[in-house]
Every structure is written in C-alpha cells, then in structure tokens.
Design a protein around this ligand. Structure first.
Ligand code: MN
Length: 716
C-alpha cells in the first residue's frame, strides 16, 4: 500500500519547493472522514485516495491537485461538506473535488459511438479545471486495478464505461500510459480468455524479445547505412489491447498474431522513406498485401507513413513503419489526429486544436520546475461554445451555449417543441427560457393547449427550433389571412351582387389564382387577407367567369341577398394597397384624423384601427400590423371621450355644453359625478371631425371659469 511519505517524496523530487503541508493536511482529513470505511478488497478505504494521489504524482501534478486526489471521495462517501473543504484547503482544491464528485454522479448508459463522444465532451465541458479530469483518470485507473473485488456484473459495466469514455479521454489528453493501462485492464475483464492467451503469447517470447529488438535495430541501422541512409529506430511491444484490436480487424486467432513487436524507422526525407522501404524488402521478405502507402495517400488527419509487415530475422512477422521526422511529429503530437486514426471517425477541426493544445500543455508541464505557471492555464473552458445535457433516459445531447429548454424540446421532436409548456431540470421546474447547463437532466412537460410563441424566437439558439417556430407562425398567419381574405372577398362580391358558393374550393377562384400565378384558390385568398392583392382585382377577373352561372342559377337568391347588402360604411380610412377592407376603430384609443394610426389584422373581425401610440399596438405581433391612412370625407365624425374636473358650481355644465355646440361637436353621452371633496367630474363622449378640432375644444374648455382640468380618455 502507498504511504503518505511515498507521495510527498515523489512531489519533492520534481518540485523541491512544494508546500507539502497541504498534502499532509488533506491526508489527515481524508483519513479522519474515511475512518472505518473498508474497500471491497478488505483494505482501509484510505488506500484508494492514496493510490489515486500517487498516480497524480506520476503525472507530476502540483500540491493542490494531489490534495484534491486525497480528498476526491470525501463529498460522495462521507459526511464532509464542500464548504468545509473550501475553508480548510482553499477554493481551488474544493473546486476540483466538486468537479470529480459531479462527474462520478453521472451514469452513462449507452455506449453507442456518438453517445460516447458526447459523454466525453460533457466530462471535458464540466471540468473547467483540467485537473478535475486528471484526478478522475487517476481514480478510475486505481478502481480498474482493483476491479477484481467487484461482482462480475459491475466489472463488465465499469470496464465498458472505462473503455468507451475514460481510456479515450486519457488518449486525448496525451497520457498514453494511462490509456493503454486502462485498455488492457478492460480487456482483462471484458475478454478474459483472449487476454490470457495474448499474455501467455507475449510471456513466452518475453526473454527473446529484448535481444530480438536489439538485433533488428542493429541490422536495420547497418543495412540502411550501406545505402547511405542514417536512421533512428524505435522498437516497442504493442500493448495487449492493440494486439486484440489487430485480431478483430484482421479476423485472426491469437496464435496467428505474430507481429507483437513494431518498429519505427525515422529518416530525413520522403525519398529516403521509399529507399529504406525497398532496402528492407530486399533483406526481409514482405508479407503480401500488408503494404500501405500513407505518404502518397495520407489519412484524412494528415497522418503519413509507409506501413509494411515483413518476415524478420527470426522469420517472425513484424510491422515496420517508415516516416520522416516531420511525419513523426505530426503523428505523435497531433493527439486529436491520432485519436481519429484510432477511432476511424472524423473529429472536428476545432476539437483537434483543443486537444493538441491540451497535450502540449501537459507535455510542457513535465518540464517545469515550478508548477505555478502551469496552474495559471489549467482553468479553462474547453468547449466555450457547447453545452451537454441528459434526457431523462440518459441520452446525452449537445447544444450551442445559451440554448434553452425550448431548444431542448425541439431537439427531441418538433411536436414536443410546439407543445412544450414547461421544463424540469434535475426534477425542479424552470422557466422555458432558462439556459441549459452542463450535466443537467432535462425533462420536458407538454400540453395539448400550448403553442409556439413569437417571443420564443428571442431566446432560442438552435436553428432547428428557430426554423420550426417560424414555420408554425407562418402557417398560423396563413390560416388567419385566409379567413380574413375570405370575408373581404365575400364582401366585395356582395357589393357587386355576385355570389360564389364554396369560395375556397371554387373552380372559378382557382382559375383566377392560376391567372395571377398562385397555386391554389386558398393561396390567392390568403394574399387578399395579407393585403397584398385587392379584392376588386379578383372580382374583376371573376365576374366574366361567374356571369353565366349567376344568371342561370342564382337569379332570385342573389337579388334578395343584394337587396339586404348595405353600402360600404364610410369609415374614412384606407388600408394601404387594399380597398374594401373590413375596418373598425379600436375602442381603447379612439384615434382621430390627424393622429398617426396603424391597422391591426384581428382574428376574424377585419382590421382594427389604433392610435400609433396605443399600448395595445406596442405589444402586438408586428406581423399583423398594416399601414393605414386617413381618407376622411366631410361628413365623417369620430368619438372622443373627455374627463373634465370642475369646482362645483351652478351653470358650469351649461358653459361646457356651449363650447361643444360652438365648436360643432355633438354630445353623444354625458355623466356627472361629485367627489367627496365636492369637486365635480364630468365625463363626455363627443363626436368630432379630427384631432385639431378636439384640441381646440380642450383648449377652450380649459379657459372656462371653475374648470380645473380637461383630459382626453384613451384607454377604456
Ligand atoms: Mn474514488
């Protein structure tokens, strides 16, 4: 078992000035809170954090990270509270412990490729301090090493998760020894028989392996020197999992896998690559069909090398990769590229950059005497543009940062988005516009009564949600326009004493629609509702098509109908570009000629004319507003309400009424009240021709003796 001293002396070996007091304090605390807890192995629980911390010293981590390693399970497994950790060991340590705890709480269910990739990204995104991942990897490595004490079912589950999530993460971070250790342990638990046979295969050859490696290196160096190529040769034994993958990929039995040794021949130019290849093939017979030229045809990730397998000096198969130093560098440090190569899938350019940078950061850190500098860069947002959340079934979904519950709902299905009336995050209700946060478990609540709202467009982030909401609003808008257009057209037809049964399906209307380049009669009628086409234009084209029918079949009915059709009311206003619109004045603001006005297309009752400053207009859907202009005739009058407060006195109402009649305003309604402090309040509804006339009346009334104030009432 690792002891505290093993850890501190390791730290002091690479960082002599380290403040190991923090580590000692963390050790004492961890020992205290874990006291009495026993691992399944029978060892005291403390052995686990000690081992994890020791692995972190192998990564040359700083004292904060080692302390966090010692404390990584105290929140989850003991009564310790985060505030206490923060108080005793500082915020940084607490933050790492918190991050590790959060990741540990998440259970990854699916091991599908895309899911695994999202989960890996989620872990990275949740770890705003790179040390969180390193502690988690150390934790997992030790747990894998002691997995034998778990039930078989758990062994499989943990090994699968490790293979899908943590081994690739270690690879991305450029920590290859952790990656291959994890992979080999996973193989041991997932394919125990294969593991054992690979192990005995390599064990049998172990003694000869070292000599063999040396011999191959010597032969290659000497032979290639003969053709004036100076080389660097690197020999290595493949790790078990990579031998296993070879077996799977080439459908081999263990006994058929000979190339457990691999050699890299590094030369100075591309020309030398091919020369070296030719020479190697002349000394050792190549295995047929095993040659690959990734120099002339590089892999998508820029990987270049020549690969060949030959029967070596012992007639054993061995793989040889030949490359230049430049290619070697790309293959070694382009960690994301390496990743992609192994997984055989595409990695996004931006991800590649992030992981290359991560690996460089870790490499760089190895050469630092003082980890302080390193610390300043370990805290970062690896995925500043993305956020990862869970569905209730454990599926991980990625979203652009800032995406909301609505985006989440639409990502499930557009119908779920449209009916989304609420959302729960980790079991608690949140507003629809609440932003998704990494690791959230999100549940959508739907209601058949819910509809998308234009307002949603202000906060959704995904293009799917945006498109679907816009589509919905447009379709809705069309329905309204059809119903409005229909009533406008019907009126226009009545005015001309024409009738068209079943307007929407009518052959004649469809014919007119085609003439005007619309697909259907409904499209045409919607355009009338939108105000883009005048109903008279349509009636003009319809008339010749209808007249015959009209006279033959509709004689009596149409005459009766037209007799009861009142002439168009003279409202004195015009919707721009359209005549014959069904109009009315809004009661709330009662606009007058001379005031700025706006039309609002209502649902089913034509266009309501509002004062442009009316608060209803300010809140209205801008898509339903139409421009209107005054076109008053001499006789048009409009209602206006006035509230006049007075000092109570006889004759005052008579004085006010006189003003109205002098100024040609008709009184429609009057009401007088007395307040508790004996003031009079008079409410008048009068009819005026325009705004100027009303202003004139107000000015005049203000001058009447005993009048205190005059006010126009506009918001009934
Ligand atoms: Mn642990």
């Amino acid at each position: 078992m690792i002891r505290l001293n093993d850890i501190t002396s390791q730290v002091l070996s690479y960082h002599p000035k380290a403040d190991i007091e923090l580590i000692e304090k963390a050790y004492v605390y961890s020992a205290k809170v874990h006291q009495g807890q026993i691992r399944l192995s029978g060892e005291p629980y403390l052995s686990h954090p000690l081992e994890a911390a020791y692995i972190l010293t192998q990564l040359r981590m700083d004292v904060v990270c080692i302390a966090a390693g010692l404390l990584h399970d105290v929140i989850e497994d003991t009564h310790a509270e985060l505030e206490e950790i923060s108080g005793l060991f500082g915020e940084e340590t607490a933050n790492i412990v918190d991050g590790v705890t959060k990741i540990s709480k998440i259970h990854f269910k699916s091991s599908k490729h895309r899911q695994a990739e999202n989960v890996r990204k989620m872990i990275l995104a949740m770890s705003t301090d790179i040390r969180v991942i390193l502690v988690k990897l150390a934790d997992r490595l030790h747990n894998m090493r002691t997995l034998g004490f778990q039930s078989e079912e758990k062994q499989r589950a943990i090994a699968t998760e490790t293979l899908d999530i943590y081994a690739p993460l270690a690879g991305r971070m450029g920590i290859h020894w952790i990656k291959s250790s994890l992979e080999d342990l996973c193989l041991f638990y997932l394919e125990p028989e294969i593991y054992t046979s690979i192990k005995s295969l390599t064990a049998r050859r172990q003694s000869e392996m070292g000599d063999f490696m040396k011999r191959v290196q010597d032969i290659l160096t000497e032979e290639l020197a003969k053709v004036n190529i100076s080389v660097t040769i690197k020999g290595r034994q493949k790790h078990f999992y990579s031998i296993y993958k070879k077996m799977i990929a080439q459908d081999l039995e263990v006994s058929q896998v000979y190339d457990i040794l691999a050699f890299r021949v590094i030369v100075n130019s591309i020309k030398e690559c091919y020369e070296a290849l030719g020479h190697i093939h002349s000394i050792w017979k190549p295995v047929s069909k095993r040659f690959k030229d990734y120099i002339s045809v590089p892999k998508a990730n820029m990987y270049q090398s020549l690969h060949t397998t030959v029967f070596g000096p012992m007639k054993e198969r061995m793989e040889v990769q030949i490359r230049t130093w430049e290619m070697h560098h790309v293959a070694e440090s382009g960690i994301a590229a390496h990743w992609k190569y192994k997984e055989g899938r595409a990695v996004q350019k931006a991800d590649e950059k992030r992981f290359t940078w991560l690996k460089e950061l870790l490499d760089w850190q190895k050469n630092l005497d003082d980890p302080q500098e390193f610390l300043e860069t370990v805290k970062m947002d690896l995925f500043p543009d993305e956020v990862y959340v869970f569905t209730p079934t454990g599926e991980v979904k990625s979203f652009p940062k800032g995406a909301t519950m609505i985006d989440f709902a639409y990502s499930i299905h557009s119908e779920v988005g449209e009916k989304c009336s609420g959302a729960k995050v980790d079991g608690r209700m949140v507003p629809l516009r609440a932003e998704l946060k990494n690791g959230n478990i999100v549940e959508v609540i739907t209601s058949p009564k819910q509809h998308p709202s234009k307002d949603w467009l202000n906060f959704v982030k995904t293009s799917k949600a945006k498109t679907k909401i816009r589509q919905w609003i447009k379709t809705q808008g069309k329905e309204e326009s059809v119903s409005l257009g229909r009533s406008i057209l019907e009126k226009a037809l009545q005015h001309e004493r024409l009738t068209v049964p079943n307007l929407l399906k009518s052959e004649q209307v469809t014919a007119v629609a085609k003439e005007l380049s619309f697909q259907t009669g409904e499209d045409l009628i919607a355009e009338i509702g939108f105000g883009k086409i005048s109903p008279n234009q349509v009636v003009g084209r319809l008339r010749p098509k209808l007249v015959d029918n009209e006279e033959a079949h509709q004689g009596l009915v149409s005459k009766v109908v037209s007799r009861f059709t009142r002439p168009k009311p003279d409202v004195g206003i015009k919707v721009d570009g359209v005549s014959d619109m069904l109009l009315h004045f809004a009661n709330c603001c009662q606009p007058l000629p001379g005031e700025k006005v706006v039309g609002f297309i209502t649902r089913g009752s034509g266009v309501a004319i509002h004062n442009a400053n009316c608060r209803h207009i300010k809140e209205a859907d801008p898509d339903r507003l139409v421009a209107v202009t005054w076109e008053p005739t001499e006789k048009s009058t409009y209602p206006a309400k006035l509230r006049i407060s007075t000092v109570e006195g006889k004759g005052i109402l008579a004085d006010i009424s006189t003003v109205f009649s002098q100024k040609d305003a008709n009184i429609v309604q009057a009401e007088v009240k007395t307040t508790v402090d004996n003031k009079g309040i008079a409410l008048f509804t009068i009819e005026v021709e325009n705004y100027d006339q009303l202003q004139d009346i107000i000015r005049t009334i203000k001058k009447v003796r005993n009048v205190l104030a005059v006010e126009r009432l506009q918001d009934a």
